[in-house]
Structures are given as C-alpha cells and as structure tokens.
Ligand binder design. Structure first.
Ligand SMILES: [Zn+2]
Length: 217
C-alpha cells in the first residue's frame, strides 16, 4: 500500500524554473504541513518518529493522502463532456468490474471493490474509458459508499441525459474488517438507478448482465 505511483494522465508534472520537477497534486506546503501532523501522531501513538524506518513515513503518508483525495480537484462532468458523441444506439451499455479504491469519511480507512455502471443512451454516448474515470474521481475523496453511488449516477444522468442510468457498487470496508464487525469475506452492496432502470425488467436485465461472465473475460 505504500507504492503510490502517479497515473500519467491524471498527474501533470510541471517543470519549475530551477529544473526541479514536481507533481501539481503534491503541493509542497500542504505535504509539509500534513507530514508535520503525521509526525506528531506517531509520537502520540508511542512511536519514535526519528527511527530509521519511520523517517520518511510522514511525507509518504502526506502524499498518499493527497493521492487518495485528488478527486476534489477533478471535475467528472468535464471529463464526460469531453468525449460525447451523437449516436443512434439505444440499447443498454454496461461497463462492469471497474476496480476502485476509496476512503470512508468516518474512519479515513480504505474501502474498495468493484463498480458496475450502465446507461441507455438517448442520442448520445460517451467514450467508454470515461466511465471508470468518473468512478475514480468520486472514489478519490472522503466518501460513504451510498453517496458515491448516487454521485456517479447523477453525474452521468446530468451530462448524457440518457433514458436511464444504473450503478452498483460492491465494496469491502477496512473499518469494518479490522474491528471484526463483519466477516472478512462479506461485502456491502449499494445501488442507484434512474429512468428506464426503475422498470423491473430493465433492472433485472442489468443485474443478470453484471452477474454473468460473458465470453469468459
Ligand atoms: Zn468507516
């Protein structure tokens, strides 16, 4: 979990006048201030923050936190608008098994799992790669799973104005797992639908598709 390699399309590297490169996402002052707090927390937890293994930990944590909350600086509607196409297709389009990693806002611990997103276009479609990006933008914030599910549905509904949107998130929550509140292998499922997906037959088709292993992929 300590290898937070930036994704090339989401992190802009800006060369500074002195030739030193930094990622815009890791604001130097923010990183410094979070790192100071983490150092204090280590002390409060009874650790020696100066011992070798922990020396760079505060800075790593500060960057990891910024990485995991970078969604605050990204606009899902802009991403969707950037790849809209007129198209006469009006069958269900489903992107399933989108891996996501988020952080619960109650404990600041990870919850992670898979998202399944479907929509039925009404004259326009969106580039398929934008759907996982929208999921990621909402995941990389402090979240509750229920709200994240609604936000994904609403962003897609608002920009595409489709005949309907359906979103299902299946996730496991560290805050529950580490405390033994839930069995280690159980997951939390949330769903949100709009338009045509309010109809039972359409929703059933969607649920069947996300459970199927079409083509053995
Ligand atoms: Zn929690």
């Amino acid at each position: 979990m300590c290898d937070f390699r930036p994704e090339p399309d989401e992190f802009r590297i800006s060369p500074l006048p002195n030739g030193y490169e930094r990622s815009d996402t890791y604001n130097a002052e923010t990183t410094d201030r979070i790192a100071q707090n983490i150092r204090q927390n280590l002390h409060l937890l009874g650790e020696d923050a100066t011992r070798e293994g922990l020396q760079k930990t505060p800075e790593r944590v500060a960057k990891a936190m910024q990485f995991m909350t970078q969604g605050y600086h990204q606009d899902p509607k802009k991403i969707l608008t950037s790849a809209l196409f007129e198209e006469d297709y009006s069958e269900m389009i489903l992107v399933k098994n989108i891996e996501f990693y988020s952080m619960c806002e109650h404990h600041m611990l990870p919850f992670f799992g898979k998202a399944h997103v479907a929509y039925i276009p009404n004259g326009r479609i969106v580039g398929l790669s934008k759907i996982p990006r929208v999921v990621n933008i909402f995941a990389r914030r402090l979240q509750v799973q229920e709200r994240m599910t609604l936000q994904i549905r609403d962003a897609i509904h608002e920009v595409l104005q489709p005949l309907g949107v359906a979103v299902v998130l299946e996730a496991r929550h560290m805050c529950m797992m580490v405390r033994g509140v839930e069995k280690q292998d159980s997951s939390t499922i949330t769903s949100a639908v709009s338009g045509e997906f309010m109809k039972e037959a359409t929703r059933a088709e969607f649920m069947k598709l996300i459970r199927s292993h079409a083509g053995g992929l």
